[in-house]
Design a protein around this ligand. Structure first.
Ligand code: HEC
Length: 194
C-alpha cells in the first residue's frame, strides 16, 4: 500500500514535468509561470487577446454593478475573472504573480421585476478588458505595456484584436485611484481576502 501511494505521488509529479528534465513545483520560477499562463494570451510582440477558455478555465474574481443614471437597476454589469492560481498566490503574499491574467466582461443589462425585487442581469456583451501582470518589463517599446501590466480593451466583435493604442491614455487615469493596490480595484473582490 505504501509503495502504491509513493508511486502515485511520483507519477503525479512527473505529469507536471512533461518530457523535460526533473523539475518540481517549488523550482518553477516566475518565468515559467508567465510562460504557462500568459503565453496563451500574449504574442511575441506583446499583442494581447482574450483567452478563449476563460469562462471555464479561469476563476471568478468578483463583479460590479454600475447604476443607471435614472431609474432603478444597473446599466452595466462587470464580471471579472482571474487565470488559474492567481487567487491562491494573491492570498499568500498580497501580490498578483507574474503572468496573472485578469479578464473583465462588460455587459449591458436587462432589468426586470423578479420575485426578489427589481433585478438587472447580464444582457448583451459589449466587450472585454484584459490585463496581464508583467514583473520584468517584457515589452518596453509597446505602448500597451507599462506599470507592471499589459493593458487592452476588446470589442465583443473581435476578441483577437484590441482597439486600444496607449494604456496611459486609454486606461491609466481611470485606474489611478487603485495605484496603491497595483492598479487593481482589489477591495471589490472578497475572494482575495484571507
Ligand atoms: C472610465 C474609467 C475606466 C477606464 C477608461 C478603464 N478602466 Fe478598468 N476599471 C475601472 C474601474 C472603476 C474598475 C472597477 C469597477 C468597475 O468595473 O466598474 C475597473 C476594473 C478593471 C479590471 C478588473 C480588475 C480591477 O482593476 O478591479 C480590469 C481588468 C480593467 N479595469 C482593465 C482596464 C483596461 C485594460 C483599460 C484600458 C484599455 C481600462 N480598464 C480602462 C475604470 C476604468
Amino acid at each position: 500500500m505504501r509503495i502504491v501511494i509513493a508511486l502515485g505521488a511520483a507519477l503525479a509529479g512527473l505529469s507536471v514535468i512533461g518530457a523535460g528534465a526533473v523539475t518540481t513545483y517549488a523550482q518553477m520560477d516566475k518565468h515559467s509561470r508567465y510562460e504557462g499562463t500568459a503565453a496563451a494570451v500574449v504574442d511575441d510582440k506583446g499583442n494581447l487577446h482574450v483567452p478563449p477558455d476563460y469562462r471555464t478555465a479561469y476563476q471568478v474574481l468578483g463583479s460590479w454593478a454600475v447604476a443607471k443614471d435614472d431609474g432603478p437597476g444597473s446599466k452595466q454589469l462587470h464580471v471579472v475573472y482571474a487565470s488559474p492560481g492567481t487567487i491562491a498566490a494573491y492570498r499568500k503574499d498580497g501580490h498578483f504573480p507574474d503572468g496573472a491574467v485578469l479578464v473583465k466582461e462588460v455587459f449591458d443589462t436587462t432589468t426586470n421585476d423578479m420575485t426578489t425585487g427589481t433585478v438587472s442581469s447580464a444582457g448583451t456583451l459589449a466587450g472585454w478588458f484584459v490585463m496581464v501582470k508583467d514583473s520584468t518589463g517584457r515589452f518596453p517599446g509597446n505602448k500597451l505595456w507599462g506599470d507592471g501590466w499589459g493593458w487592452s480593451w476588446f470589442d465583443a466583435a473581435d476578441p483577437q484584436k484590441t482597439t486600444s493604442t496607449d494604456y496611459t491614455a486609454d486606461c491609466q487615469s481611470c485606474h489611478e485611484p487603485a495605484r496603491q493596490s497595483d492598479w487593481i480595484y482589489t477591495h471589490g473582490y472578497p475572494v482575495l481576502k484571507q
